[in-house]
Write a protein that binds this ligand. Structure first.
Ligand code: NDP
Length: 405
């Protein structure tokens, strides 16, 4: 599916795009709310206060977004982030719960005619106010709703993981291309200022040639909570800790190196007789080997206390991001001599608003998004290879067509 490998052009383009985004993120941060900690961010507003999206001056017409699935991530992170957007605007909601849609619709000033459910979703085609459908459903529903949105003539922003199989990802890419619409995967860390700064420092050679990366993401899975109940079911989640949070480590290894892995080895473990892990894995450890020789050792677990960090070791020093992929409050430390590490001051920004504004800008300008469907497909192929490597107790090599163009 992807273009032939041209590491030099690919790396330069990646670097230039990263720097441009860092500037855009800075601009976005400057119009965000300022809170007690002094860091700019968008806040979740109290239920009674309607969100005044129009109060923020837009440079031109806003791009209208419909959010599909009003779960924890959508209601706690994404909907509030529209207040910090300068190009994207929330115009419609899709939910299986009419009462919830009505309540949240009132909170965000959404017209009743712009509230949909899953049965009348396809009528969104007739709604000219909706330019983008943002899919925030359980993983196994991403493909179906992304394709239906494309067939309804809408651009798509889809949550990670893009889908539960590479075949589904290919179908999503095909559907968007056939409709002449954009497909972007919501890889928020690629719009987050600390991660962008880390990429910039690595490319500049601040820590010398990169040799190894360690990346770990973990938390306790609690299926008794609604947003975790589907995560314990293979049919809805497609996998366990790997597909849910291990994907952040895969992303980090790929955007830090700017390379695609050649080979992966892996091992999984689930605590015997723990009902939470009857269908999905608890823990996975995997090593990605990159063409430059970088080895990325990664773990994901649903069984240990929360952690979301990575460290990049170079010949001269190292970068430490801990946390690296939090919703806010990420911390970057750098050691340029391998001895003492210093805090790198980075404005917090709003990664959710930045990624939605990025897609809106791409739609307005006709550019391809930084994280298109092909980016999500690469990760899902890696997820599949990790499971194969663990199941068959052997390293798995990637086909040449998975390499970055
Ligand atoms: P939730 O369970 O909280 O939300 C999912 C929503 O999907 C539900 O509230 C429901 O909304 C709707 N839904 C439709 N069909 C089903 C079904 N069969 N079972 C359960 N829910 C259904 O999950 P999250 O918000 O935590 O995750 C949603 C997606 O967002 C996932 O793909 C996840 O990977 C991604 N995510 C991304 C994050 C990031 O940082 N980028 C962080 C967290 C999640 P309704 O009642 O309105 O129909």
């Amino acid at each position: 599916m992807s273009e032939p490998l041209d590491p030099v052009r690919g790396r330069r383009a990646f670097f230039q795009q990263t720097l441009a985004l860092a500037a855009a993120v800075g601009a976005n941060a400057s119009c965000s709310r300022r809170t007690h900690g002094g860091a700019p961010r968008a806040e979740a507003l109290p239920a009674a206060e309607p969100v005044k999206q129009a109060a923020r001056a837009a440079s031109g017409p806003r791009v209208g977004f419909a959010v599909v699935g009003l779960g924890k991530f959508a209601t706690e992170q994404i909907l509030p982030a529209f207040a910090a957007c300068t190009r994207a605007r929330l115009v419609a909601l899709v939910s299986g719960s009419p009462d919830k849609a009505k309540r949240i619709g009132e909170q965000y000033g959404i017209e009743a005619k712009n509230l949909y459910d899953y049965t009348n979703f396809d009528r969104i085609r007739e709604n000219a106010a909706v330019d983008v459908v943002y899919v925030i459903l359980p993983n196994s529903l991403h493909a179906q709703y992304s394709e239906r949105a494309a067939r309804a003539g809408k651009h798509v922003l889809c949550e990670k993981p893009m889908a539960v199989t590479a075949k589904e990802c290919e179908g999503m890419i095909h559907a968007s291309k056939a409709a002449g619409k954009k497909l972007m995967i919501a890889y928020r860390a690629q719009f987050e200022p600390h991660n962008l700064r880390a990429i910039e420092m690595v490319r500049r050679g601040d820590i010398g040639r990169v040799k190894t990366i360690i990346a770990d993401h973990g938390r306790i899975l609690r299926p008794e909570q609604p947003s975790d109940s589907w995560r314990a079911k293979r049919a809805l989640a497609g996998g366990g800790s790997l597909v849910d949070i291990g994907i952040y480590s895969i992303q980090a290894a790929r955007y830090i190196t700017g390379e695609e892995p050649l080979e992966v080895s892996a091992r999984t473990f689930s605590t015997p007789n723990d009902a939470r892990f009857a269908e999905v894995e608890e823990t996975v450890a995997f090593t990605l080997a990159f063409p430059s020789g970088v080895l990325a050792n990664c773990t994901a677990s649903y069984g240990h206390a929360e952690g979301k960090r990575y460290r990049v070791f170079g010949e001269k020093g190292y970068l430490d991001l801990d946390p690296a992929t939090a919703y806010e409050g990420n911390v970057l430390r750098a050691s340029k001599d391998g001895k003492s590490a210093e805090l790198v001051e980075v404005p917090q920004g709003n990664q959710f608003a930045s990624q939605m504004d990025h897609l809106a800008e791409c739609i307005q300008s006709g550019e391809e998004p930084k994280t298109p469907g092909e980016e999500g497909l690469r990760d899902v192929r890696i997820l599949e290879a990790i499971y194969t490597a663990a199941r068959e107790h052997r390293p798995v090599r990637f086909a040449a067509d998975t390499q970055r163009g």
